[in-house]
Ligand binder design. Structure first.
Ligand code: PLP
Length: 364
């Protein structure tokens, strides 16, 4: 990317934070097995397709969507098991909700705090919105550095803390009592980002009523609806009523509302797919562990982080063999020579393993 000269109109007019950013890069995946973006590899069950097609055929796409999305919200409350008195706020993906939270809490001098490495959008959206960002490094094994995190919270008094539970790109689930201590120590809002809830053994949804400064964020992207763009915040109406003021009135379209509702009526099917992915995750973990030069990290998500001798060589070798994973090398110093692979179908996992073994044998 060539720098924009300050004398050009864009260079002169754009905020410096924007000029300094690198756009979120989505690589071309044509012809590849796509194991780079934590998508559910299974498509919609055939029986459901007809039902969706029928609903779409008669959808009122000439009208603006229901801004309150009452019927979809009711479904979400049901599948989420939302405690009494808690509500939901819908977003065009949870990325939009991160942005909405930053816009809402970005008083002059306010700080957004995250741990590192974690989901890159927290830091990027802090930059988009001009919010001050502080990242607390995790330990070398990607566990929370509690003394450093609690010290940073005391020192920085962040208005907004994001914790991905399980964490992306590391895959581990932080201990619940550590997250609880962070919530209790925080003077501001703590958002527990449960993008991978369907693959993990714990959730903060049942604890929502205990902590007035806690919101839980979820997305349906990793559960088979990445194409729909639908995420939500769950928490007390005291928070959500205020945040609702910033939501663009029609941020979730007629078709996503309708299709998500149909899919959530079969939430059990999606959870079954997640269950299958968890079984295949264990198998993949086991296979990766058998390779002496590969270090695999524990995962409670639908992906796995692993470290190799030369991540870029392995990434390119996989790509040449038609398998796309995520190369995390260069993203953060702690992720040197790390790759992230999404758990695919058994067949996709097999082809990934075969390609990886070929590359490792060749480079030995
Ligand atoms: C994928 C992901 C998201 C974004 O989800 P969308 O709803 O697709 O915008 C948010 N948080 C984490 C931790 C993720 O991994």
């Amino acid at each position: 990317m060539s720098p924009i000269p300050a004398s050009s109109p864009a260079g002169a007019l754009l905020r410096q934070e924007i000029l300094d950013l690198h756009a979120y890069h989505v690589p071309d995946s044509t012809g590849c097995i796509k194991l780079d973006a934590m998508e559910n590899p299974y498509s919609v069950p055939p029986a459901l397709r007809g039902e969706i097609a029928e609903a779409v055929a008669s959808a009122a796409i000439n009208r603006y969507p229901d801004p309150g999305a009452a019927s979809l919200k009711e479904k979400i409350r049901g599948v989420t098991g939302l405690p009494q008195g808690m509500d939901v706020l819908l977003g065009n993906g949870s990325d939009e909700l991160i942005q909405l939270l930053a816009m809402a809490l970005n008083k002059p001098g306010a700080t957004l705090l995250g741990v590192e490495p974690s989901f890159v959008m927290y830091k990027m959206i802090a930059a988009f919105t001009g919010m001050r960002y502080v990242g607390v490094p995790l330990e070398a094994d990607f566990s929370l550095d509690m003394p450093a995190t609690l010290a940073a919270i005391r020192r920085e008094r962040p208005a907004l803390v994001f914790l991905a539970y399980p964490n992306n790109p590391t895959g581990n689930l932080f201990p619940a009592d550590a997250v609880t201590r962070i919530i209790e120590a925080s003077p501001g809002l703590v958002v527990v980002d449960e993008a991978y809830y369907a693959f993990a053994g714990d959730s903060f949804v049942p604890r929502l009523a205990h902590y007035p400064n806690l919101l839980v964020m979820r997305t349906f992207s990793k559960l088979g609806m990445a194409g729909l763009r639908l995420g939500f915040l769950a928490g007390s109406t005291a928070w959500l009523e205020q945040l609702e003021k910033l939501r663009l009135p029609y941020n979730v379209g007629v078709l996503p509302q309708l299709v998500a509702e149909k899919l959530l009526a079969h939430h059990g099917v999606l959870l079954q797919q997640a269950q299958q992915i968890k079984l295949d995750r264990a198998k993949l973990q086991h296979r990766l562990n058998e390779i002496a030069t590969v270090r695999v990290y524990p995962s409670e998500a639908n992906f796995m982080l692993f470290r190799v001798a030369d991540a870029t060589a392995v990434f390119n070798g996989l790509k040449r063999r038609g398998v796309l994973v995520k190369n995390l090398d260069g993203g953060h110093p702690m992720l040197k020579d790390c790759l992230r692979v999404t758990v695919g179908t058994p067949d996709e996992n097999e082809r990934f393993m075969a390609a990886l073994q070929e590359i490792i044998i060749q480079s030995a």
